[in-house]
Ligand binder design. Structure first.
Ligand code: SF4
Length: 350
């Protein structure tokens, strides 16, 4: 393994900094519990954990902290898969089961935040792999990371599919009292059959929406990244409606749809999965993604417009103070006239 390359910050496909770890910094562990069966952890001591996003990136943030590499959530479509190849690790099952853990991330971050060269920029987390994946239950790196950011009143954001984030509710509230904290939960669809096969290591969509509900009850606004919308599997109007409705019912402050994209690394793994589970769709995917990693613009625009309209219909956005959100029960939905006055909508679209 090329451990010296662990500094590569992956969604951006370029090195952020060379040679962060020496080979002697790696400790490999397995845990004899059902939760971690078949999973190998590579513990490393990072020299730095604040990673600057390369200038050419289209990401709307400049700095990231990623305490893990690889992700046991094992989403078939995960576009961070390719980054495992930088470590000479497999981008398929290896990405799901070979997890790199920066065990000293909290103390290194605290030191870096205290540096006179640090100017308190926004820090994004969960942008590479999920910082609340199962490993976090054992390594507990995020409490130290959040405490370091809170103590410096440093603004940050987190994107996750992990319900484990609820463990850190108090730290998040403390942070939100002193700085800007952006919370986003990823829920692309609510179809449980699809979830079981395509996101096999994640908490169920409904449990993720419980996270939104709980944070909302505690006064923390949460946006939902409706990602990915999977062509021909989760994009039927009724499916989009069910998902947006559930997101609204959970109290999300925004919904941002994102159509599946298939970059190298993820593409091969996803297409193999598709061939196994939905072979009749393989030709349609080859046509839809014939021009590269992204679905055609007309398709993306169609999904965005549909989700936009549904979000407006269901009044996604902060509920007025003291007013409970009114969401029609599903059984009334087919018959109810669309006459309800929509509440103000806050819909964020990247
Ligand atoms: S939770 Fe996110 S990082 Fe983890 S496998 Fe799924 S898409 Fe990838």
């Amino acid at each position: 393994m090329r451990w010296e390359n662990l500094a590569l910050e992956s969604r951006h496909d370029r090195p952020a900094d060379p040679a962060l770890f020496g080979a002697d910094a790696v400790t490999t562990r397995t845990f004899d519990t059902p939760e971690f069966a078949g999973i190998t952890f590579h513990e490393v001591r990072a020299r730095t954990v604040l990673n600057r996003v390369p200038g050419a990136s289209r990401m709307p943030f400049e700095w990231t902290v990623n305490p893990y590499r690889g992700c046991t959530h094992a989403c078939v479509y995960c576009f961070a898969r390719k980054t495992h190849s930088y470590l000479d690790l497999d981008t398929g099952i290896g990405f799901d089961t070979q997890i790199v853990v920066k065990v000293n991330a909290p103390e290194v971050l605290r030191r870096q935040l205290a540096s006179p060269r640090w100017h308190g920029d926004h820090v994004a987390m969960g942008t590479n792999v999920d910082c609340y994946q199962r490993a976090e239950g054992r390594y507990r790196l995020m409490p130290g990371i959040l405490a370091a950011l809170r103590d410096r009143a440093n603004p940050y954001s987190i994107l996750t599919k992990g319900t484990l984030i609820l463990r850190d509710l108090e730290l998040l509230k403390q942070s939100a009292a002193v700085t800007d904290v952006g919370l986003s939960v990823s829920v692309g669809f609510t179809d449980t059959e699809l979830w079981r096969t395509v996101e096999p290591g994640t908490p169920a969509p409904e449990r993720r929406l419980d996270v939104v509900r709980t944070f909302t009850e505690h006064g923390l606004g949460v946006g939902v990244l409706m990602a990915p919308v999977i062509p021909f599997l989760s994009d039927e109007p009724a499916q989009l409606r069910a998902t947006v409705r559930a997101i609204a019912a959970a109290g999300a402050t925004s919904v941002t749809p994102l159509v599946l994209h298939l970059r190298p690394g993820a593409r091969e793994w996803f297409m193999a999965w598709l061939g196994q589970h939905h072979p009749h769709l393989v030709r349609r995917y080859e046509r839809l993604y014939a021009d590269g990693a992204y679905a055609p613009r007309w398709y993306q625009r169609r999904i965005t417009r549909q989700v936009h309209e549904l979000a407006q219909e269901y009044g996604i956005g902060p509920a007025p103070a003291g007013m409970p959100r009114r969401i029609r029960p599903p059984e009334q939905e087919e018959h109810a006239p669309a006459a309800e006055e929509p509440t103000p909508t806050q819909l964020t679209l990247i």
